[in-house]
Design a protein around this ligand. Structure first.
Ligand SMILES: Cc1cc2nc3c(=O)[nH]c(=O)nc-3n(C[C@H](O)[C@H](O)[C@H](O)COP(=O)(O)OP(=O)(O)OC[C@H]3O[C@@H](n4cnc5c(N)ncnc54)[C@H](O)[C@@H]3O)c2cc1C
Length: 280
């Protein structure tokens, strides 16, 4: 249908970004193709080595699913997005397609090396999330291409992750956010497979590769985690806006990365921790 209707037609999933934009007349699609009439797309499935989140899986489906217990960074993210009404309608795939630079899912799924299984009239293809978002509100999706599912590799044993977003209130996007995922080596308790991603730091969420390199192979001491947070802030280029100055956001990010890393380490050691979003 998308191919037939042409480039001005839009896919509708949860409608939690598209409908507000239409109300503001910032989006005026010629037609809406409603995905909600197709059954079987709302699944969150765990296979032997990956989790597959269907195109119509809502934030609340992820928050409530067992897989979130096993990969707790997913619950950190899903359970704190906006309010329960938004979480019950909005979808993970829709969030990625929207590519809002302050969206919660992109930094989290960047740390998990997520891949997007996309379907279009030319067939299907897998796109690494890292290559998917081109710019603010812009992705490599073709006009008639649909994200069918988001594929998330299950982190290896001994892994832990945490997401922290700082928000002025439940209904607004984060001012700054940080996601950390790592594995603790059993023998010497050094950090492996370190992934650190930042949200609200410019046109797209971004990996903090300097910080990842710094922490890789090191013991997660308080000093090392603080230094990694410092390196992440050096990588970050937040912009001043109504939510705060660039300097204020850097201060926030420094604390968020350090604390998310501490939580990731505690989870890697087997501790059960709840949380994810912090409010002013
Ligand atoms: C009050 C409020 C507060 C919010 N706060 C936050 C927040 O703090 N953090 C956060 O991350 N998000 C927040 N959101 C956004 C919410 O997470 C949305 O659910 C999400 O951005 C879009 O998902 P959706 O399913 O609603 O997509 P829709 O609004 O239906 O679609 C969004 C865009 O994605 C396209 N699209 C949707 N699904 C697909 C697909 N499968 N394949 C290809 N293209 C697709 C649509 O064509 C459209 O262009 C908030 C929304 C509201 C209304």
């Amino acid at each position: 249908m998308l191919s037939q209707l042409g480039e001005e037609a839009k896919l509708l999933a949860g409608g939690q970004s598209l409908i507000p934009l239409m109300k503001l007349r910032l989006a005026q699609p010629s037609d809406l193709v409603d995905l909600n009439f197709i059954s079987g797309l709302d699944t969150v499935d765990k296979g032997s080595d990956e989790i597959a989140v269907g195109a119509l899986a809502r934030h609340s489906d992820v928050a409530d699913s067992d897989v979130s217990g096993q990969v707790p960074i997913l619950r950190d993210c899903a359970s704190g997005i906006a309010d329960i009404q938004v979480r019950n309608r909005g979808t993970v795939a829709g969030s990625l397609a929207e590519a809002d630079p302050s969206g919660d899912w992109t930094p989290v799924l960047l740390t998990l090396d997520a891949q997007l299984h996309c379907l279009g009239s030319q067939g299907s293809r897998m796109i690494a999330l890292e290559d998917f978002i081109e710019d603010a509100y812009s992705t490599v999706l073709q006009p008639a291409e649909v994200i069918r599912r988001v594929r998330i590799p299950i982190p290896p044993a001994g892994s832990g992750g945490a997401y922290l977003a700082f928000k002025r209130s439940a209904q607004v996007y984060a001012t700054a956010s940080a996601a950390v995922q790592l594995q603790l080596q059993l023998q010497d308790e050094t950090c492996r497979q370190v992934r650190i991603a930042l949200g609200c730091v410019g046109l797209t969420a971004a990996r903090a590769t300097q910080a990842e390199d710094f922490l890789s192979g090191k013991h997660p001491s308080a000093e090392n985690l603080a230094s990694a947070a410092e390196a992440a802030v050096e990588d970050a280029q937040p912009v001043s806006d109504v939510k705060g100055s660039a300097a204020y956001k850097k201060t926030l990010l420094r604390a968020l990365v350090r604390r998310a890393a501490e939580r990731a380490v505690r989870r890697a050691r087997g501790e059960q921790l709840e949380g994810g979003h912090e409010y002013v």
